[in-house]
Design a protein around this ligand. Structure first.
Ligand code: SAH
Length: 395
């Protein structure tokens, strides 16, 4: 097996069991090694520290598979890692025949570059690194061998594959072919999902705990659900007794699915869907003097990279300010950031600054984060990305 050496002192993060090795830390960074191939990683003193997958096209040159250099990277390795991920979801009570959850969350499940979402018997898979790509067939074989999976579908059409020089792929991989719309049951709420065309793999399982929270506080409220996508929060709010929900998103197909989902859950006449730009719509609502009891703001990642931090923070703050301004007495704002570069403290500061700009006083009544099927691995803080605050305006 190829040995790759780290420059002196560059083994520190590895010793803390962090699985990323950037090209700048590697002596043989231009080594002629096949994309995805397993290499042994040594420190400058020739001590073998880990094995990992070689990504020749990416700045993230090696992703560690195992910190035990004796552990062979083969079919059994992937079987063990998949079993470990499955076990967590079973322990969490999330693996129900008609339910859905994230089954494998990349580094958090010790499988860098591998994402698997479970939809009522079907697996939607993303291979996002050279190593994951090389072991694609093995991983698919192991997934279809799981007793609760009937079919495997590939959604390797995420833009991050470009960083690894991997082509975009979307299609059937194994077992039964997908039915046109898969319906999953989440705590009694039904969601039809388009696994072939929907965003990511189709549904935001990371918002599961946030949906529960929204359902628990929605009673009697007029809700404005911005960046609604396929209506996860809309169904949650109406299930919790909200009197009305206005959804807005810039994607017409997402809103069509949102409407279907609301009807699927028996809601009729108490919602309105608007296709448009949320930043403009919030201003329009304010100009019209509209008021709401709960405003939900769940934008896409507004800080896509480090150079966009300032601009992204300003956008999050604008949204929160506009949201706070639309609240009636004792109204609540629920704002999110799914930008990995946004820390918990910074998000709270931005939200606090927004209250000052909006001229309101508000208290945090709940802190929200990604659901436990997207666990934060303590040794890899980058696996945490979803911040949410539920704030109550003090009348
Ligand atoms: N809250 C959703 C997930 C939101 S994902 C849920 O519960 O499932 C972010 C959504 O924002 C996407 O559906 C995307 O189409 C939409 N979007 C992105 N930019 C937008 C904009 N400027 N105005 C309105 N919608 C936007």
């Amino acid at each position: 097996m190829n040995r790759i050496h780290l420059l002196p002192g560059r083994e520190k993060s590895l010793l803390r069991r962090h699985p990323w090795i950037f090209d700048g830390a590697v002596k043989e960074k231009n080594a002629d090694i096949r994309s995805g191939e397993t290499v042994l990683v040594c420190d400058a003193k020739e001590r073998i520290l880990a094995s990992g997958a070689w990504s020749p096209a990416s700045q993230l040159r090696i992703r560690v598979w195992s910190f035990d250099p004796q552990e062979e990277i083969n079919r059994e390795f992937f079987r063990r890692r998949i079993a470990r991920a499955v076990k967590l979801r079973e322990t969490l009570g999330l693996l129900l025949p008609d339910g859905g959850c994230r089954l494998i969350y990349s580094e958090s499940d010790f499988l860098p570059g591998v994402i698997v979402d479970y939809y009522a018997g079907f697996a939607a898979v993303q291979f996002l690194s050279a190593g994951a790509e090389l072991w694609r067939q093995t991983i698919v074989d192991e997934l279809i061998a799981l007793p609760f999976i009937r079919g495997v579908f590939e959604r390797s059409d995420a833009t991050v594959r470009k960083k690894e020089a991997l082509p975009s792929r979307n299609g059937h991989l194994a077992g039964e072919t997908l039915p046109p719309g898969i319906i999953i049951n989440e705590n009694g709420m039904l969601f039809e999902t388009d696994l072939q065309q929907g965003q990511k793999t189709g549904f935001y399982f990371d918002l599961r705990t946030a949906r529960e929270k929204i359902r628990s506080i929605a009673k009697g409220k007029r809700v404005l659900n911005m960046f609604s996508y396929t209506g996860g929060f809309a169904v949650a709010a109406l299930s919790g007794g909200a009197v009305s929900v206005i959804n807005a998103d810039s994607s017409a197909p997402a809103l069509a699915q949102c409407e279907k989902n609301l009807r699927l859950n028996g809601f009729e006449g108490n919602f309105q869907n608007i296709c448009g730009d949320v930043f403009q719509l919030l201003r329009k609502f304010a100009d019209a003097g509209e008021k709401f009891d709960l405003v939900i703001l769940d934008p896409p990642k507004l800080i896509p990279n480090k150079s966009a931090v300032m601009r992204g923070c300003r956008a999050y703050q604008d949204l929160a300010r506009l949201g706070f301004k639309l609240l009636d007495r004792n109204g609540m704002l629920c704002n999110f950031s799914c930008s990995g570069a946004m820390g918990v403290e910074l998000f709270q500061k931005i939200t606090a600054d927004a209250t000052l700009e909006a001229g309101v006083e508000a208290s945090i009544i709940a802190r929200l984060e990604q659901s436990p099927d997207h666990p934060t691995l303590l040794s890899v803080p980058e696996t945490f990305y979803l911040n949410g605050l539920l704030s109550l305006c003090r009348g």
